[in-house]
Design a protein around this ligand. Structure first.
Ligand code: LLP
Length: 410
């Protein structure tokens, strides 16, 4: 992978470990930028997909901005050198502290998701005597045709506001002395493999943009969100190409003179990553044969949480007869299952496998459950590798915990 022998990485760094190819990420960035050629577009990488500082640095070097959803993500981005003027702040639960940090850092724009948040932003910007740029996150009531747990654009979802409410905000925007409400934002969901819902959502946003401009408002930015899907299952998932995606944006926003923002996460990093894991043992149960790995839901929760499929393959390809396994981790939950009834070349203890397309929502969703230290992360680049997160030590794992000796009365 990226000119590096993965077995050697596994020997040096140990397993489980996340491995990412810098070349593959740069290739995706390049493909997207080529597809967007001629548009005034800024790609703001959705940090939640993979927030390792080394990955963020790679994005910064390529000129990408960031889409953040927390004070922690803001902090990481600043640390990685992503300029605040290319950071947009999304999320339904921005706290006053987070808004304060973002205003003080000078982020480009807030994607505002409720009237309460808009009021708070106005008050806090006024206190600091700064002008905050804001976009309304539109909930277009479109079914993204993806897993319900990662669908965000239906009216029943917590995200954004309806078009009527957005209209009212603009109608009352003259009263906002310290917020410039001059943008629209939409994000209907993640792992989208169908262009139709994207087109429909953008058309609804475009209709609103034209109406607002006709009413005398100025719209400087339309943020089309992220969501572009990837291939988790070879021969089964057929991702949308960057060109087709860009053409839908071009079509829907034709005539828009402002800046178009995009917030892809998964598409940039998912297929650039694999999770390296060793077989601990093969266990023949009464009904099923289990392949017990040293990776678990703590390193990759997607199969447990969404029933997501990830292709799993041996790292070294020897001809061995196929076997059907339930592929599981060591965590004490039945949901700690990567795959059921999956055919693999026969495996034994010590065999090295890779779980594919884990570069997004793998390490960034990791946990210490069962007191498992966070796994190492490794970046590959044209024949070289660098450890970009060392495996957590037990000491680091319990840092901040202490016996209850300092009792205080409130
Ligand atoms: N923008 C906003 C406002 C978002 O909420 C998200 C993702 C993105 C952009 C980036 O979406 P992407 O391009 O990565 O699909 N943990 C789930 C995915 C949750 C996505 C949440 N929001 C998974 O593993 O499938």
């Amino acid at each position: 992978m990226d000119g590096v022998d993965l077995s050697a990485v596994a020997r040096r760094v140990g397993t489980p470990c996340h491995v990412y190819s810098a070349s593959a990420i740069r290739e995706r960035i390049g493909a997207l930028q080529t597809a967007l050629h001629g548009l005034d577009a800024q790609v703001c990488y959705a940090v939640k997909a993979n927030s390792n500082v080394a990955i963020l640095q790679l994005m910064a070097e390529a000129g990408l901005g960031a889409d953040i959803v927390s004070g922690g993500e803001l902090w990481r981005c600043l640390r990685a050198g992503i300029p605040p003027h290319s950071i947009v702040f999304s999320g339904v639960g921005k706290t006053a502290d987070e808004i304060a940090d973002a205003l003080d850092a000078g982020v480009a724009r807030f994607n505002v998701e409720s009237a309460d948040e808009l009021d708070l932003l106005q008050r806090m910007a006024a206190e600091r005597n700064v002008i905050a740029h804001a976009s309304v996150r539109i909930n277009p009531d479109v079914d993204a045709l993806t897993h319900s747990k990662i669908s965000t654009g239906k009216s029943e979802n917590k995200f954004g506001v309806g078009i009527d409410e957005a209209r009212r905000w603009f109608g009352a925007s003259a009263a906002l002395t310290h917020v410039r409400l001059d943008g629209l934002h939409v994000h209907i969901g993640s792992q989208l493999l169908d262009l139709d819902p994207i087109r429909l959502a953008l058309q609804r946003v475009a209709t609103l943009w034209r109406e607002l401009v006709a009413a005398g408002h100025s719209i400087g930015s339309i943020d089309v969100g992220g969501g572009l899907g990837v291939c988790y299952r070879a021969g089964h998932d057929h991702p949308i190409s960057a060109e087709d995606y860009a053409n839908v944006i071009r079509g829907a926003l034709a005539g828009f003179a402002g800046r178009i923002l995009l917030e892809p996460g998964r598409w940039l990093v998912a297929e650039a990553g694999v999770l390296l894991t060793q077989v601990i043992r093969v266990k023949q149960g009464r009904q099923r044969k289990f392949l017990v790995l040293d990776a678990a839901m703590t390193e990759l929760v997607r199969p447990s949480l969404y029933g997501a499929w990830h292709d799993i393959v041996p790292v070294t390809r020897e001809a061995r007869p196929p076997q059907v396994y339930d592929i599981v981790g060591p965590v004490c939950e039945t949901s700690d299952t990567f795959a059921r009834d999956r055919a693999l070349p026969e495996c034994g203890p010590g065999d090295l496998l890779m779980i594919k397309a884990t570069g997004a929502y793998g390490a960034s969703m990791a946990s210490n459950y069962n007191s498992r230290p966070l796994a190492a992360e490794v970046l590959l680049d044209r024949g070289r590798y660098a450890v970009v997160r060392r495996r957590q030590t037990f000491d680091e794992m319990v840092a901040g915990e202490q016996p209850a000796t300092d009792w205080e009365s409130p």
